[in-house]
Ligand binder design. Structure first.
Ligand SMILES: Cc1cc2nc3c(=O)[nH]c(=O)nc-3n(C[C@H](O)[C@H](O)[C@H](O)COP(=O)(O)OP(=O)(O)OC[C@H]3O[C@@H](n4cnc5c(N)ncnc54)[C@H](O)[C@@H]3O)c2cc1C
Length: 805
């Protein structure tokens, strides 16, 4: 056995083999896979082998599309069969909301180049003749859907990897992974120790145990899952004899997926009565075995399936496959560099290895070899969960995710499991004020405050929800008086030390402010992609604060630590600094009533240390509402005291608490982009207009400078613009296609309703040469083409007089 390697991939399931193949495909041949038994010895061997592109996250859907197209390439390279059956698939909708979801998905597919189609009951009966379409409104047809042979496909990945120079060591059990001081790894196995520059955890069912060898908790959990294979069915035999093959049918109402298997059918269920498996850890003794059949937990699902597919009622069951596979709390994989560890990579939590395995392998190989993936992969980044996550949180979230696998995912939905997990000192005060809570990165965040008859629960919907009026009331209160909310859902970092300014100048593309000032800056990857959108506050020459997205803490800290420098300390103080934002024309009056400081010279983007009431605070004159406003930061221990001070002073000025729904409407008025909507690693600073914050004149070789300069010279091919939309009862959410002259010319990044201007509004990308003020376009919202036009003047305070005044 080799004893040194550039990469040791632990785990020979479909995911590990895909990672190994992609490493060789992208140019690394000194790579090795270690499998404790034979290849496919985890969940891979008993998978149903189905694949499909449908995924609520657009970039995940694109990676699923990549995976599916890859199989032909694998067959060609290796001469092996993956057992491909590209039979197509339909996803049924039996109510308005499900159908809305399919319409929204179809719309996204237009600019992704996926040839899906909305079909009605008659076409459904033609495509999938065994379906009882009673009560069905329509379906989404995807010609790419199909199934394959899980074992053959995994071995094809393995052969392709070997052809690229990789080594595969089976019956090689990894017992320990020990890091050397230089960041490389000793991988201790039953066959000896391997010295590896990088380690990849592709341990599947044992990923938790493999992670623990390096001291890492991976937030995933195995669930039991069951599918049945029937005896021959006459209708299927007739179809085969006529030269056909039955397509896949996903029936979300019945929580089932169905396809042809031999001369019968195979049907699997995501039942509500599901069960987590191996709660205290996966035994090393578990191998090529199945769990005992359990019809009790799927009785209701089977009865439903008999009504939807009556032929099943007559068919005998030939075999039952009941096995475990892993989920992360949100059902997406855990991929990428593990925060806090050098040269340790994750490729686990992949619950749909045959839809996603290729994309996971490609992404990880790009990240390892080229330094960053080609697209935004935050939806599957292992850093999307913070170090607060625990098995006690993961388990109920995974159960919820399994149960909701086939449920409608609404853009405004707040999932209830494991809530509340993390709260600030304001939780009970805000609850008493009517807070209707949402959740970000485990943190409870008020979406709005229900007053009087306003609903205490926001109905999930693709259209304007029942929180519309409450949101409008809060927006108007801010714009006409003063509003208050917490600044708890900002990621906050303290940068200190003699080299702090130099470091910031290298990490951030923008100008770093002087003491007492605040500036805005993009953070770029080496390829010039946006990896952060920061506010920088200078307390003094050796101490700075950064604020950014709360949900990106682990993502940003990973980047900061990867770029660490002597003479600088970087601390994540997101939950150690809290406070409030007050915004609106009366905000200065409220603050003035709480402090002895003279606010007359307190300019826009100034920062001061100030005593507010009896609390020492850092106050910044800036607000994401785009209004006259202040962010007031304090020690969380003093937060309730600060609250009562501001709240009492606000009473005679009509102060109103406002939530995230209002905040999102307010920021749209000013065309302020939002992280992971307008600003993400999919886009560059020039495309989004954030290049206006890049300091090309500063004497620093900031990360991404060369790429940003090149783009500055050539100009971006697409540009972020704002649209006024003639919408009816549904506003833009994200990724709706923008039509121009009968063709899809762009897509939306986000949108909503401007309660201030009384208009539906969106932001999105258009080709630069078309992105002119007044351009008439159409935006497809839930299957309907809505007229829209490009606007260049913000809906509120266009000249910034109020914000700066
Ligand atoms: C009943 C059922 C039906 C399914 N149907 C589908 C489907 O239709 N479509 C689909 O896409 N997905 C399906 N899945 C899910 C699919 O099986 C998984 O997504 C996929 O197998 C995950 O692959 P993996 O490589 O991540 O993990 P695994 O297959 O679990 O592989 C992990 C490997 O790592 C090895 N390993 C672990 N620890 C060590 C160690 N210390 N040293 C050496 N080796 C180690 C294990 O032996 C194992 O071979 C189904 C799952 C089940 C249970």
């Amino acid at each position: 056995m080799k004893t040194t390697t550039q990469v040791a991939v632990i785990g020979g399931g479909v995911v590990g083999c895909s990672v190994l193949y992609h490493l060789t495909k992208l140019g690394w041949s000194d790579v090795m896979l270690l499998e404790r038994s034979e290849l496919t010895s985890g969940s891979t061997w008993h998978a149903a082998g189905g694949f499909h592109t449908l995924n609520g996250d657009t970039n995940m859907a694109a990676l699923q599309g990549y995976t599916i197209r890859l199989y032909k390439e694998l067959e060609e390279i290796t001469g092996m069969s993956c057992g491909l059956h590209h039979v197509g698939g339909i996803t049924l909708a039996d109510d308005r909301d499900r159908f809305d979801m399919l319409l929204a998905e179809r719309a996204k597919h237009r600019f992704m180049g996926l040839e899906t189609e909305i079909v009605g009951p008659e076409e459904i009966r033609k495509i999938a003749p065994i379906t009882n379409t009673d009560g069905i409104i329509g379906a989404l047809y995807d010609p790419l859907d199909g199934h394959l042979d899980p074992s053959g496909t995994t071995h094809a990945y393995a052969k392709a990897a070997r052809m690229g120079g990789a080594t595969i060591e089976t019956h090689c059990m990894v017992h320990e992974t020990n890091q050397r001081p230089d960041g490389t790894w000793d991988v201790v196995t039953n066959k000896g120790t391997i010295h590896a520059e990088h380690v990849v955890n592709a341990g599947g069912l044992w990923a938790r145990e493999v992670g623990a060898m390096a001291g890492v908790y991976f937030p995933l959990h195995p669930m039991e899952h069951q599918y049945l294979v029937t005896d021959s069915i006459p209708q299927i035999e007739a179809l085969i004899d006529a030269g056909g093959e039955h397509p896949h049918v996903m029936d979300p109402a019945g929580e089932s997926y169905l396809r042809q298997e031999g001369r019968g059918l195979c049907i699997g269920f995501y039942e509500q009565t599901c069960r987590p498996w191996a709660v205290d850890g996966t035994s090393w003794d578990f191998g090529h075995e199945l769990l005992p059949d359990d019809f009790d937990k799927i009785t209701e699902s089977i009865e439903f399936a008999y009504r939807r597919f009556p032929v099943l009622a007559e068919a005998g069951v030939k075999s039952v496959i009941h096995g475990p596979f892993t989920f992360a709390p949100d059902g997406n994989p855990l991929v990428g560099p593990v925060p806090g560890l050098r040269n340790y990579w994750s490729a686990c939590g992949v619950m749909a290895g045959f839809s996603q395995g290729g994309g996971v392998g490609l992404t990880l190989a790009q990240w390892m070899i080229e330094g960053e993936p080609e697209r935004d992969v935050f939806a599957m980044d292992v850093a999307r969960f913070g170090d607060w996550i625990s098995p006690g949180y993961t388990r109920p979230k995974v159960i919820e995710n399994y149960q909701k696998r086939f449920s409608v995912s609404y853009p405004n939905e707040e999932l209830p499991a494991a809530r509340p997990a993390r709260t600030t000192p304001m939780y009970d005060i805000f609850t008493d004020l009517g807070a209707v809570w949402g959740q970000q990165y485990g943190l409870e965040v008020p979406n709005y405050f229900a007053q009087g008859d306003e609903p205490g629960y926001e109905t999930p919907s693709f259209r304007r929800s029942n929180a519309f009026d409450a949101t409008g009331r809060e927006v108007r209160a801010v714009r006409s008086g003063v509003g208050i909310n917490e600044v708890h859902n900002f990621g906050k970092y303290r940068i200190a030390g003699p080299a702090a300014r130099d470091w910031l100048d290298r990490i951030m593309a923008g100008r770093i402010p002087k003491p007492g000032r605040v500036s805005l800056t993009p953070m770029l990857s080496p390829k010039g992609k946006l990896i952060g959108d920061f506010t920088v506050s200078c307390l003094d020459e050796t101490e700075f604060r950064l604020t950014a997205s709360y949900g990106s803490q682990a993502f940003h800290m990973r980047w900061f630590l990867q770029n660490a420098q002597n003479g600088v300390t970087v601390e994540n103080i997101s939950d150690r600094q809290n406070g409030f934002q007050i915004a609106g024309p009366k905000a200065t009056q409220v603050l003035a009533a709480c402090t002895r400081d003279d606010l007359s010279g307190f300019r826009f983007l100034d920062l001061r240390r100030m005593t507010v009431g009896m609390t020492d605070c850092i106050v910044q004159r800036v607000s994401y509402t785009g209004d006259l406003g202040y962010e007031i930061y304090c020690d969380p221990m003093a937060q309730r005291q600060l609250w009562w001070t501001l709240w009492q002073a606000g009473q005679e000025r009509g102060i109103v608490p406002f939530g995230m729904r209002a905040m999102m409407s307010l920021r749209l008025d000013k065309f302020f982009g939002s992280w992971m909507r307008e600003f993400s690693p999919d886009y560059t600073a020039a495309e989004t207009g954030l290049d206006r914050f890049i300091s090309f004149s500063k004497n620093a070789d900031f990360i991404g400078r060369a790429a940003a300069e090149a783009e500055r010279a050539s100009g971006p091919a697409r540009r972020l613009v704002a649209f006024e939309v003639d919408a009816e009862d549904a506003d833009v959410n994200a990724y709706e296609p923008v039509w121009l002259g009968g063709k899809v010319a762009g897509f939306c990044t986000s949108g909503g309703y401007s309660h201030y201007a009384g208009k539906s509004f969106a932001m999105g990308f258009l080709p630069t040469d078309r992105a002119a003020d007044g351009l008439e376009v159409e935006i497809e919202i839930l299957g309907q083409l809505c007229k829209a036009r490009v606007i260049s003047e913000p809906l509120f305070d266009a000249d910034g007089a109020r914000m700066r005044g």
